[in-house]
Ligand binder design. Structure first.
Ligand code: CMP
Length: 139
């Protein structure tokens, strides 16, 4: 059975563009409930841990430098079938391949600065959510 929570992070270039609020509005309009939310900045080390699964990929060092370059908005979201529905809402990782109307199609610049992260499984949603939030910060 699929879970009802996912984790998302609005990326630094998107926060500095001033569109985090517009993106959160779209997420809520799509039926997701905010369980936890914070504006925070990852250190290079923390970004390296968050994206450790990609450590062998050629883009890893650029990715973690970018993800620690400024504040992000970290959010835990709740909805039935959350992981899959959220990935549909944000669109393909590469914005050039993202469907019309998706968040990445509307707000992403390129593959790295692709506006927003979304967990790819229920297990990773739990791991990523608890990377940013304690139980006391989840409502
Ligand atoms: P995200 O959903 O945050 O998960 C991993 C990130 O790595 C992904 O979004 C992209 O920003 C980035 N990424 C994935 N593939 C590539 C690639 N081929 N080149 C550069 N960055 C990539």
């Amino acid at each position: 059975m699929s879970g009802n929570r996912t984790f998302t992070m609005i990326k630094p270039s998107t926060v500095s563009d001033g569109v985090a609020g517009a993106i959160l509005a779209r997420i809520q309009e799509a039926g997701f409930r905010i369980v936890a939310l914070k504006l925070t900045q990852l250190s290079l080390h923390q970004a390296g841990i968050f994206y450790l699964v990609h450590r062998e990929r050629p883009f890893y060092h650029d990715l973690i430098a970018f993800m620690s370059s400024g504040p992000v908005v970290a959010v835990i979201l709740e909805k039935e079938n959350a992981v899959e529905d959220f990935r549909t809402l944000i669109g393909a990782t590469d914005p050039a391949k993202a469907a019309e109307g998706t968040i990445r199609k509307l707000f992403a610049k390129n593959l790295q600065e692709n506006a927003i992260h979304g967990s790819d499984s229920d297990e990773n949603a739990m791991i990523e959510g608890s990377f940013f939030f304690s139980g006391l910060e989840q409502f």
